[in-house]
Design a protein around this ligand. Structure first.
Ligand code: EPS
Length: 396
């Protein structure tokens, strides 16, 4: 890996932090750009109370000077709004000091579907809070911060990544209408981040119904990367395949249970003669694929077509009216799972997080393919590859 990142921090601790290593020097970045992407992550009808008060205050702690990266690791801190605003609520409960005992009763009515029980068994905990604080999707804020840098790097290579919601609970958008590279603002204007107005209304209604019943909703998003050059990833080894890297990155997002590249599941039911994108060539555009069935990746290598990644999120495991059958790990008595503050759905936010995870994978692969210690060098190498490709044995 050339560009890698590590996040740390608990949902209700003082802050999340992320360190991104391997970025070239000279990449322009402002804390406000990270904050803008974090604000997009808070969007969406059906988000919980935290998204209304959370400020996501961003500090660039290292690796950036006068608005540009230095080539050293970039460290970003995202403060948690409640820590100082309501000191009695979390400061002692989440204190790292041995003398500060917990202020709340241990959480033992573990939530089916969350990391609670398996995490307690694995780490030997008696309080699910030791697991849930890190398992929480709050951690995706740190990923979005790292992904903002990746998006900026890709932007310098002409790559743009967008996302949208195509399914919320049982409400599905008409297939085929996808945001273009410049339509991200249009998607974000919609309260469920869906471009199909009828489906968007049906999605809002689904969320209202679920909210009324104290229930939660999952759904499906698509992330699309435009302008990705041919040649990222490789067929030569399993862990160099671009689609595999994308699937892993997107599957790692909290509550995602399915990932598809292109029309992976659809084409499984077709004959081979109707399952592959025809290759065409003309002097103006070079090689093109007549359809997007492969999702822009063939043999683990980007083809130059838009890359399409679809992700399915399960309904959140925390319910506002808990009805999921469980066992209290302290008493072994049957009951229902505990209630934490939660969202009715986080599917609109999933799209934003998926964009950033896709960006991190593509930026890493671009840095590997084109190399360079400065952004200028990386951009030059990218341009030189494309020129050589046009002149090469098979032409562009
Ligand atoms: C989230 C923050 C969390 C949850 C949610 C996602 O904040 P809090 O627990 O303070 O409300 O709202 O996480 C879950 C629903 C979950 O099950 O983990 C966020 O910032 O995305």
């Amino acid at each position: 890996m050339v560009i890698r990142f590590l996040t740390a921090g608990e949902s209700h601790g003082p802050a999340l932090v992320v360190v991104v290593e391997g970025l070239p020097a000279g990449l322009p970045i402002a804390a406000s750009e990270v904050a803008d992407e974090l604000a997009r992550r808070r969007l969406g009808y059906g988000r919980g109370p935290r998204m209304r008060f959370e400020q996501d205050v961003v500090t660039l702690v290292g690796g950036v000077r006068h608005g540009r990266t230095l080539g050293s690791p970039v460290a970003i801190e995202i403060a948690n709004s409640e820590w100082n605003r309501d000191p009695d609520k979390w400061q002692r409960e989440m204190s790292p000091e041995a003398d500060d005992g917990p202020t709340k009763a241990p959480l033992t009515q573990v939530r089916p579907g969350h990391a609670d029980l398996a995490g307690m068994q694995k780490y030997g905990f008696t309080d699910a809070r030791n697991v849930l604080e890190r398992a929480s999707a709050r951690e995706t804020a740190a990923r979005v911060a790292a992904g903002t840098l990746a998006k900026k790097l890709l932007g310098a290579l002409g790559v743009q990544i967008v996302s949208h919601v195509v399914q919320m609970g049982a409400a599905k958008a008409e297939p085929g209408r996808r945001p273009g590279p410049d339509e991200l603002d249009l998607v974000d204007e919609n309260e469920v981040r869906c471009l199909d107005p009828d489906a968007a209304q049906a999605m809002v209604n689904e969320i209202k119904d679920a909210a009324r019943e104290g229930d939660s909703l999952g759904g499906v998003v698509e992330a699309i990367a435009y302008g990705v050059p041919v040649g990222l990833g490789s067929h030569v080894h399993w862990d160099r395949k671009l689609d595999a890297a994308l699937a892993r990155a997107v599957m790692s997002i909290q509550a995602v249970k399915g990932v598809e590249v292109g029309e992976g599941f659809e084409v499984a039911g077709r004959r081979g003669s109707a399952a592959h994108d025809p290759v065409t060539w003309d002097a103006e555009h070079g090689y093109q694929r007549g359809s997007g069935l492969a999702g822009g990746v063939e043999g683990g290598i980007s083809t130059g077509e838009p890359i399409l990644v679809r992700a399915a999120m399960k309904p959140l495991a925390t319910l506002n009216r808990p009805t999921l059958a469980t066992v209290d790990t302290a008493t072994k008595e049957a009951g229902v799972s505990f209630k934490e503050r939660t969202d009715v759905t986080a599917v609109p936010a999933l799209g934003v997080v998926a964009e950033h995870m896709v960006a991190l994978v593509l930026a890493d692969e671009a840095a590997r393919k084109f190399g360079g210690d400065s952004l200028d060098e990386l951009v030059r190498n990218h341009a030189s590859f494309l020129e050589a490709l046009a002149r090469g044995p098979v032409g562009a």
